[in-house]
Design a protein around this ligand. Structure first.
Ligand SMILES: NC(=O)c1ccc[n+]([C@@H]2O[C@H](COP(=O)([O-])OP(=O)(O)OC[C@H]3O[C@@H](n4cnc5c(N)ncnc54)[C@H](O)[C@@H]3O)[C@@H](O)[C@H]2O)c1
Length: 258
């Protein structure tokens, strides 16, 4: 746990906050003083995050929650507008909500492909778009979720990798577009972080996968990362410690893809 107070008086929205990296990031930010909105589809998970964040809260930090789908335009508009109306401003957006599905590419239906794009890419875009007018006022910043699958081939994940590559590209575009107006946009690219998304992945593999293709994604010492390993980097990027970092995608995988 940290004693830092980098987010005292700062208002933040964290999507995907009912689980894994989003939950760890939200708890970390609230422990450093953030006034946070947790967004997720999973109401029970949000309640667990709320309890954990409330007991970790320091320096005036507090949490509210809202059930919303990041890929539903009306939900996203409502979540951002209600939070800003209540708290008066928005300083930080952390876009961690996402899904992973694996399929043989030659058998992937258009619906399966578009689901990954709709959640991981369109959902991230919608939150960025709705947050940007408010972030321009506070000279705030965004942290998106990319993935090591973008630069290093992860088999049976073509739609997932494409969606995360597009998030990385959008991060670079937004960083350049808003740089002169004081808004920073960065991303984390986690790999092998122990969360429900990763734990569920082997069970979700389709029949007949060639498991030897996964060797280059597996830590040689089986040392996987934890959500807190990513949360600390998100907090750094979103805080004044990241003030001179913009348009950066930070790989957090313990060196597996080095
Ligand atoms: N865990 C890893 O190793 C890893 C690697 C690369 C990228 N990532 C990315 O990091 C982010 C967080 O992943 P995680 O591992 O913590 O996964 P997770 O499954 O633990 O958390 C993802 C959260 O997103 C929520 N979510 C999914 N669809 C949503 C929607 N339409 N609207 C609102 N919420 C929705 C889920 O309910 C869940 O709470 C994801 O974007 C993921 O792609 C994770």
């Amino acid at each position: 746990m940290t004693t830092a107070s980098r987010f005292e008086g700062k208002t933040v929205i964290v999507t995907g906050a009912a689980s894994g990296i989003g939950r760890a990031a939200l708890i970390r930010l609230v422990s450093e003083g953030a006034i946070a909105l947790a967004v997720d589809l999973n109401e029970a998970g949000l309640a667990e995050t709320q309890a954990a964040a409330t007991s970790a809260a320091c320096h005036g930090g507090r949490i509210s929650v809202t059930v919303a789908s990041i890929s539903d335009e009306a939900d996203v508009k409502r979540a951002v507008a209600d939070f800003v109306e209540r708290e008066g401003k928005l300083d930080v957006l952390v876009n961690m909500a996402g899904i992973l599905r694996s399929t043989h590419t030659q058998e992937t239906t258009l619906e399966q492909f578009m689901l990954l794009i709709q959640v991981n890419l369109v959902g991230t875009f919608l939150f960025c778009r709705e947050a940007l007018p408010h972030l321009l006022e506070t000279k705030g910043n965004i942290v998106n979720a990319s993935s090591t699958s973008v630069e290093y081939g992860h088999p049976y994940m073509a739609a997932y990798s494409a969606s995360k590559g597009a998030v990385a590209a959008m991060t670079h575009s937004l960083a350049w577009e808003y740089m002169r107006r004081g808004v920073r946009v960065n991303a984390v690219a986690p790999g092998g972080i122990v969360t429900p998304l990763v734990i569920a992945t082997p069970a979700g593999f389709p029949e007949g996968v060639d498991r030897s293709l996964f060797l280059h994604m597996t830590p040689p010492d089986q040392k996987f990362g934890m959500p807190d390993n990513v949360a600390g980097v998100i907090a750094m990027l979103a805080s004044s410690d990241g003030a001179h970092i913009n348009g950066e995608i930070i790989r957090i995988d313990g060196g597996v893809h080095s």
